[in-house]
Design a protein around this ligand. Structure first.
Ligand code: ADE
Length: 418
């Protein structure tokens, strides 16, 4: 059984696009009933008046409750025995979301009735919504499609109907296309998409998408979706909840290499050129190197994972310091905290602290009593971070990045015995 959508408006012509495209086809195929009603039909005077001046003064006109009451009574009487929702589009409403679109699609699919009451001018007399809500038989929602003001509810009604109708069975030819889109259940924006030709105006489609390796493609898309969401909608990232810290697996090698390539240069002082940083990354932090590290029992890699994408990592290298100056400065250190990095877009969420805490716990569990690390002398932010987590400056060392010899502080941390 399919339900119905009714739209009440003083501009029925505004809703003409509902005859087009997928919604139009669904209506023609009988998958969906949409009726548009002219509110003025229920006006009682010669001029078919639907509005009047606001009580309390102020600019503009307000839509009369008596006209709306007659209109809604009649339109709702057609579905009196089914579940009914009256939606009032208004910039003062609750945000219209994909979750609400899904809820409304379920209502209509189950044979319910959705009535959209499109206000104009300064809006509809507030008693209208309250009246239908109070009776308890009709669910009344005031919804906004965004933080901007339109001239009336008609465009919002079009938006809402399209968002709802496309979720109904048979409206979209290939339902798979609903699965991975933005604002779906993963809470992420959609990854970027590409089609032919593979090379256009000097820009190539990312190589991974031509690889045929669906595991790699899936991981790459997750990564892009998470990055995009962090850049454009940090509020959605926050809503995902905390990242998970876990030991890295062999399949993480490419993701780790990407995180390393994006984070390592940012920790370098200006004296290290991008070429030098890239040379270091290519030599020490490639996917191939990470695969090797992940097979090496003396190296522990932890990752911070958010919505299925690696956003940070630590690398702990077990063994006494090889460098003599370091050994003299941190004689008890049984391992080096070689890396602790979080992608820039995910800073400020306590991820580095979470990773470091888990890495220190892992070190303690492994029976280590002290760790050391090298941090560039110019990187005061990192020094403060490590200081806050129990590392103390104990010496200095030199460190080679590409063609540069850099000066590091050596910091050490004594672990509480387990
Ligand atoms: N009517 C006017 N502006 C609107 C908006 N942003 N959302 C819903 N209805 C509206």
């Amino acid at each position: 059984m399919t339900g119905r959508i009714d739209v009440l408006t003083i501009f029925p012509g505004y809703l003409a696009p509902l005859e087009l495209s997928l919604v139009g086809k669904a209506r023609a195929a009988g998958l969906l009933t949409v009726d548009v009603h002219d509110l003025r039909t229920w006006a009682s005077d010669r001029h078919r008046t639907v509005d009047d001046t606001p009580f309390g003064g102020g600019a503009g006109m307000v839509m009369r409750p008596d006209v709306w009451g007659l209109a809604l009574d009649e339109v709702l009487s057609t579905g009196a025995d089914v579940s009914q929702t009256v939606l009032i589009p208004t910039p003062a409403g609750e945000p219209f979301t994909q979750a609400l679109a899904e809820e409304l699609a379920l209502l209509v699919c189950a044979g319910g009735q959705l009535a959209l009451a499109c206000g104009r001018y300064e809006g509809i007399d507030a008693r209208v919504g309250e009246h239908y809500a109070r009776a308890g038989e009709v669910n009344v929602r005031e919804v906004s499609i965004g933080d901007y003001v339109l001239n009336g509810g008609e465009v919002a009604a079009l938006v809402i109907i399209e968002a709802v109708a496309r979720l109904m069975p048979g409206v979209i030819g290939n339902p798979d296309s609903l699965v991975e889109e933005s604002h779906g259940s993963a809470g992420l924006l959609e990854y970027p998409v590409y089609t032919k030709p593979p090379s256009w105006r000097g820009q190539d489609v990312p190589e991974v998408l031509l690889s045929g390796d669906h595991g790699r493609i899936g991981r790459w898309r997750r990564r892009r979706a998470v990055d995009r969401t962090a850049q454009r909608r940090p509020d959605l990232i926050e809503a995902l909840g905390p990242a998970q810290v876990r030991p890295a697996r062999a399949l993480d090698a490419e993701a780790l290499a990407e995180v390393a390539a994006r984070t390592f240069p940012l920790a370098c002082p200006p004296s290290v050129t991008p070429t030098d940083a890239a040379a270091f990354v290519a030599e020490n932090l490639s996917a191939e190197q990470f695969r090797r590290y992940l097979r090496d029992r003396r190296r522990h890699v932890l990752v911070a994972e958010l919505a299925g994408a690696v956003v940070g990592y630590t690398l702990l290298v077990v063994g006494a310091p090889e460098n003599e100056r370091v050994r003299a400065a941190a004689p008890d250190a049984g391992a080096e905290l070689s890396k602790c990095y979080v992608l820039e877009d995910f800073h400020g969420q306590g991820l580095a602290a979470l990773l470091l805490t888990e890495t220190l716990a892992l070190a303690a569990r492994s029976g280590l009593t002290a760790l050391w690390l090298g941090v560039n002398r110019a990187n005061e932010r990192a020094q403060r971070f490590y200081g806050k987590h129990g590392f103390e400056r104990v010496g200095e060392r030199t460190f080679t990045v590409g063609t540069r010899t850099e000066h590091d502080y050596v910091m050490a941390h004594t672990l509480r015995s387990a």
